[in-house]
Design a protein around this ligand. Structure first.
Ligand SMILES: Nc1ncnc2c1ncn2[C@@H]1O[C@H](COP(=O)(O)OP(=O)(O)O)[C@@H](O)[C@H]1O
Ligand SMILES: Nc1nc2c(ncn2[C@@H]2O[C@H](COP(=O)(O)O)[C@@H](O)[C@H]2O)c(=O)[nH]1
Length: 434
């Protein structure tokens, strides 16, 4: 497990770690293995820049992720190929991206539950999926299926908006028997997407996800849900609210999904409302940066040294130096909020916004898993006298998530090809010499 490392308010990222607690850890001969698990629809993203006219012709609502039948998928693929519009083909899937990015950042194991084609030809989509997934993502628990994995046509409009058309293939064929109870219960977190709840035609991936949730809850493993697309949530916000309240520890969403869930277009108010349903919320807000909302124990709150920020909740970031906790682990829970603007104002050239939110979530998960790792390996640390959900403060996690999102924006693929630099070029030498 590589640790998230040292961070600074405006710029940031890893440096040599001089934490005396970590020094203790290096003396431990036996390391406790840490990993996260996720369930996804195994998908390859087929990316193309298209005009709005094409979206209308194929009846694809802009910004949505729509399931399409084989006939439509064939016609769309042929049209994109004939007109040489396909720019890239990457392994995708919102949870596949997240666990891959987690493994790259943590340089550690994650386990993916899903399906994989039984017969794989060199060059096929299944082959590409495997080639584009970090070797630290354990794929040994995938369920073999007859038929292809899914394809996600990622159609990028002139304005940068992404519209997904999903040709599902066998991606929803995962069955509950393939969810390994011990693996789920031994993990630092279970990561799910709202997309898993829309299986149809007798496909069982929804049941598989519910089984995994049951196992996770039994062992008090945090359940993390990312909302996917606002269109899905808009269909029945009340159902999603009670689903989150009953099952979810950490919720990740963007501002549109937050509005669909809570009715608040302001991302801070949406985060606050979502916090009534779970323990920790990560809300990404595109060029506005990102917000976190969560709980801490009143007696453990820590005041920020940053500027107090205006917003719909005045000076909302006052206690952003506190560490997130489960609400149930607090005697007197208080709500804590944090915000950060895009790292360095965003990359000079945004190559692709696909997966930026997944990247931010991967950073949060890395911090959370670092906490489990540290707790297991340095149980006597004062850090673990009272149970925290994350290793770092709200403020630090924001910085880290923001930095990772930046990295995803600056590259073509939604999946990181390497970890973050050990030393940021943007930081003056004196910072690293401290
Ligand atoms: N146009 C942008 N300029 C600068 N940063 C951005 C921009 N779009 C996204 N980001 C960064 O990426 C993060 C995630 O992006 P967002 O578009 O909100 O996620 P999602 O892909 O889930 O919709 C943001 O919180 C922000 O840090
Ligand atoms: N598992 C699923 N993943 C999907 C679906 N539709 C789109 N996607 C994936 O989302 C990411 C982009 O994530 P974001 O954070 O930028 O919104 C992309 O790689 C797609 O593969 C779906 O129905 N199921």
């Amino acid at each position: 497990m590589k640790f998230p490392g040292q961070r600074k308010s405006k710029h940031y990222f890893p440096v040599k770690n001089r934490d005396p607690l970590l020094a203790q850890m290096t003396q431990q001969p036996q390391r406790f293995p840490t990993y996260i698990t996720g369930i996804d629809q195994t998908l390859v993203d087929i990316e193309a820049k298209v005009g709005d006219e094409l979206l209308e012709r194929y009846a694809l609502p802009k910004g949505n992720s729509t399931l399409i039948d084989d006939e439509k998928a064939h016609a769309l693929y042929s049209e994109l190929k004939t007109n040489k519009l396909v720019s890239d083909e990457f392994a995708g899937g919102t949870i596949g991206n997240t666990v891959h990015n987690y493994s790259i950042l943590a340089d550690d194991r994650s386990v993916l539950f899903g399906v994989m084609s039984n017969n794989i030809e060199v060059g096929s989509y299944a082959y590409r999926y495997l080639c584009n997934t970090s070797s630290k993502v354990d794929l040994n628990y995938l369920q073999p299926v007859d038929g292809p994995i899914g394809r996600c046509f990622t159609l990028i409009s002139e304005c940068g908006e992404r519209t997904f058309a999903i040709s599902k293939g066998a991606m929803d064929k995962l069955t509950p028997e393939y969810i390994d109870k011990d693996i789920v219960q031994g993990a630092s977190a279970l990561i799910l997407t709202a997309y898993l709840m829309r299986a149809s035609d007798g496909d069982q991936i929804t049941d598989a996800a519910l089984k995994a949730i049951e196992y996770a809850k039994e062992a008090e493993v945090p359940v993390v849900l990312t909302l996917g697309t606002r269109f899905l949530i808009e269909e029945d916000p009340s159902w999603w609210k009670s689903f989150i309240k009953d099952n979810v520890t950490i919720l990740a969403m963007n501002e549109d999904e937050g509005e669909a869930l809570t009715g608040f277009s302001d991302p801070l108010l949406a985060s606050e409302a979502a916090l009534e349903l779970c323990d920790l919320v990560l809300t990404t807000a595109g060029p506005l940066g990102l917000y976190m909302a969560g709980y801490t124990e009143d007696s453990e709150k820590r005041e920020t040294s940053h500027t107090l920020l205006p917003g719909m909740i005045p000076e909302f970031n006052r206690y952003e130096f506190s560490r997130p906790k489960l609400k149930a682990a607090c005697d007197t829970p208080i709500k804590v909020y944090a915000h950060i603007s895009p790292y360095m104002g965003g990359p000079e050239k945004i190559r692709n916004t696909n997966g930026a939110g997944d990247g931010a979530l991967a950073a949060l998960l890395h911090d959370l898993a670092s906490n489990t790792f540290h707790k297991a390996n340095v149980p006597g640390s004062s850090k673990h006298k009272r149970d925290g959900l994350c290793y770092s403060s709200f403020s630090q996690v924001c910085k880290y998530a923001n930095r990772v999102a930046y990295e995803v924006l600056a590259q073509h693929s939604p999946r990181l090809s390497r970890g973050l630099p050990e030393r940021e070029d943007s930081l003056e030498e004196a910072y690293w010499e401290r």
